[in-house]
Every structure is written in C-alpha cells, then in structure tokens.
Design a binder for this molecule. Structure first.
Ligand SMILES: Cc1cc2nc3c(=O)[nH]c(=O)nc-3n(C[C@H](O)[C@H](O)[C@H](O)COP(=O)(O)OP(=O)(O)OC[C@H]3O[C@@H](n4cnc5c(N)ncnc54)[C@H](O)[C@@H]3O)c2cc1C
Length: 378
C-alpha cells in the first residue's frame, strides 16, 4: 500500500517541492488517511498500534522518493505523536492524539536553540511557575524546528512538544505541549535556502511568556530528560531508515543508468570502476539495512536503553547514504549533476542526516560513553 502511494503520490511532486522550497501540506494530511501519522499509537486513540520495524519501513519507503517530505512526517509522527503516545498521561492522549493521527492537527518538537544544539542540556528556554494559577510561563527561542511553520509564513504548526528549563540543575528540563493559539507563541523566522530537505519547512519559534496550563506538562516537572532520550532513540532509527531509502534509490538509479549508458562501445556497467561503485554501494546498503532492522526488532518504544545502536545505526547509515549518493552522481556523470535523475537532490538531502537528530560527532561521543560501560563485546 505504502509503496503504491509513494510511487503515485509522493514521487511525482518531489522535485517540484524541492525546487520551490515549499511544503506539501495536503499530502502530509493524506498520510493520516493511510494510518501512518499515528503509526505507533494505540488503536483506541485512532492509531495503527505498530512497532519500530514499521517505523523503519515507512521512513525507508517515503525517503526513497522524497526525504524532505519524510522529514516533516518524522517530526510529526515520531517527535510529537509518538512522544505523546509513549510519555503522555491518559488525559493528554485522549485530548491530543485523535486529531494528531488524522492530520487535523500537525506539528513537531522543539529542542534545539540558537545557542544550544548538541549541548541540549545547555538550553536557555525556561519556564517559571505562576504559583496561584499553577500554570507556567515559557520564554525563549527554539531553532531549526521542522514543521515550525506550515504555511511558509507566520503561522505556526498546530502543536509542539517543547523542552524548557524549570530548575537550577542542568537536567532540570520539562516537556510542555504548546498549542498554536497560545498568547506569546509565534514564528520568529522561516529558515530558507537550506542545502537539502527543502520540501520540509524549518522555522525558528519564539515563546514570549507563553502561559501553559499544568495539564500540558508531559510527565514530571524536571523529568523530561528520560522522555527526551527515549524519543531520540526512535528518532535516530527513523533517520537511519531514511538513509536506507536514499541509498536504495541511488543504487537503483546507478544500476539502470550504467546498464543503458554506453561509452567506448559498451555499457559503462562493464567497466571495473563503475562496478566497484555500484557493488560496494549495494554491500554497504545491505550492511546498514541489516543493522537498522536488527535494532528495530528489539527496540521497544516504551523502553530506554538502546542508545548505543540507535546512535550507531544513524552514524553508519547517514554516512553510507551520503557516500552512495555521491557515487551515484559520479556514475551518471553530467546527468547526475542535474535534477532529472534525482540523485543530486538525494545527495543534498543525505547531508542533513549527519546533523539533524544528533551530529556524527555527538554519536561518537555517546557511543564511546556507552561502550566504555560495557563488558568486552562477544
Ligand atoms: C533541517 C533541520 C531540521 C531540524 N529539525 C529540528 C527539529 O525539528 N527539532 C529540533 O529540536 N531540532 C531540529 N534541528 C536541529 C538539529 O538537531 C541540530 O542542528 C543538531 O542537533 C546540531 O546542533 P547545532 O546545529 O546547534 O550544532 P552544534 O551543537 O553547535 O555543533 C556544531 C559543531 O560542533 C560539534 N560539536 C558540538 N559538541 C561537540 C562535542 N562535545 N564533541 C565534538 N564535537 C562537538 C558538532 O558535532 C558540530 O559539528 C534541525 C536541524 C536542521 C538543519
């Protein structure tokens, strides 16, 4: 079903939305009709009740045609919806999930800031409790927020899970659900001229003493770091699966092109260097695919503790996809350098996977921290 949808609906619009740096909002809403926006949400809230393997499959398939569109899907379905589904209270799930799984309400998650990305616990956005009303006032800025604006202008997305500082310690972070019409909540700027993922809207969000009722806090006050780490694991799996989609597409494009393109009287697929580029790409893609789907099998969405391999899959697959996309441009020569065969777009999109959801360097850091705690690998 999904592959047909991608072929018939996602593929035909991908290049145009990349070129115009615009967002296909109606198409994202259509994913709600297919049960994909609430992929991991329990059925009682309108979701599909599926697992991490389904997450990997959907991200690989969407990214095969349009990684930018898929990034917006990921921000909504994993960073917002799955986060509420796993960490929210019964009341919050009843209140927010039904409209989020249909696509009536669309949004994302705000963690990064102008001056704090990798050093996430260094965030400056803070919330102060208003004792008499028990509500909170959130002030600060969030940077690089996918789906921050849905109309490319000053209209924010409908709902965001936003992390804010609520105490003196570095880890005193709380998750707030910020709704579109809350006073003081606005788009600072839409971020334009991105290298890749241009079909996904990115914005800076501004919070000016936004009053947030206590019932919009997810989990405990000062207790967001666990939810954050748990959600980062599934996010990284989704991003690694997106890398698989990019790599698989590039391998298909290269193989077909090399079979048909002739030079010196024979298909370029007969030349050793071209064979090396494609065969090596295939082997690396399959290695990444094995790693991603092996992790997906044991990644329980409600648990925490798969950070080493969530970081590892994304670290490996992001670099793999970028290398494979680069080889595919090389195999196509001049035709690879322009839009027609899509590989230049995929190459640009692949770079984001080395930055968003954690940079390569942050994966190195996290993985070394985890490896040093482990006994010898067997
Ligand atoms: C298109 C796009 C979409 C995004 N969507 C979202 C979103 O929806 N929500 C959200 O919250 N964020 C989002 N982000 C932000 C993204 O997660 C951050 O850009 C990323 O975490 C890196 O943070 P930074 O850009 O502040 O870079 P920095 O953290 O400032 O890093 C700069 C450089 O320093 C390196 N560095 C930092 N610390 C260390 C260290 N200890 N050791 C070695 N090197 C280090 C980094 O690896 C990097 O190379 C998005 C970003 C982009 C580009």
């Amino acid at each position: 079903m999904l592959r047909d949808f991608v072929k018939n609906e996602v593929e035909p619009q991908a290049l145009e939305y990349d070129r115009t740096e615009s967002f296909n909002l109606p198409l994202l809403k259509q994913l709600g009709d297919l049960g994909l926006l609430g992929l991991t949400v329990e059925e009682e809230y309108g979701g599909s009740g599926l697992d991490a393997t389904a997450v990997a499959l959907v991200h690989e398939e969407l990214s095969y045609s349009d990684p930018g569109f898929c990034l917006s899907y990921l921000a909504h379905s994993l960073l917002l919806v799955n986060n509420i589904s796993v960490n929210g209270s019964l009341e919050q799930k009843e209140r927010f999930l039904p409209s989020a799984v249909t696509g009536e309400c669309l949004g994302g998650m705000g963690m990064s800031e102008p001056n704090a990305g990798t050093d996430v616990l260094g965030m400056a956005t803070k919330a102060i409790e208003d004792e008499p009303t028990k509500s909170w006032h959130l002030t600060g800025q969030k940077m690089w927020i996918t789906n921050g604006t849905l109309d490319g202008g000053k209209t924010t997305g409908d709902l965001f899970l936003v992390y804010g500082r609520t105490g003196p310690n570095r880890s005193d972070i709380t998750s707030f659900l910020v709704e579109k019409d809350m006073p003081g909540f606005s788009v600072g700027q839409k971020i334009n001229d991105k290298l890749g993922m241009r079909a996904s809207p990115t914005a800076e969000l501004v919070f000016d003493k936004v009053p947030i009722p206590a019932e919009n806090i997810i989990g405990e006050v000062n207790g967001a770091t666990l939810c954050m780490m748990r959600n980062l694991e599934i996010e990284r799996l989704g991003l690694a699966a997106m890398a698989l989609g990019i790599a698989r597409r590039c391998i298909n494009v290269m193989t077909n092109y090399a079979t048909n393109r002739k030079a010196f009287g024979k298909p370029i697929a007969d030349f050793g260097q071209i064979q090396s580029a494609i065969a090596t790409s295939y082997a690396e893609y399959m290695a990444g695919r094995s790693y991603v789907y092996a992790l997906a099998q044991y990644l329980d969405l409600n648990s925490y503790g798969n950070g080493l391999d969530a970081d590892g899959t994304k670290l490996y697959c992001a670099q793999m996809a970028k290398t494979v996309a680069d080889r595919s441009i090389q195999v196509l020569g001049g035709y690879g350098y322009v839009g027609e065969y899509n590989v230049e777009r995929l190459w640009r999109d692949s770079k984001l996977l080395e930055i968003g959801g954690g940079t390569n360097e942050s994966h190195h850091k996290n993985m070394m921290r985890d490896l040093r705690k482990l006994p010898d690998l067997e």
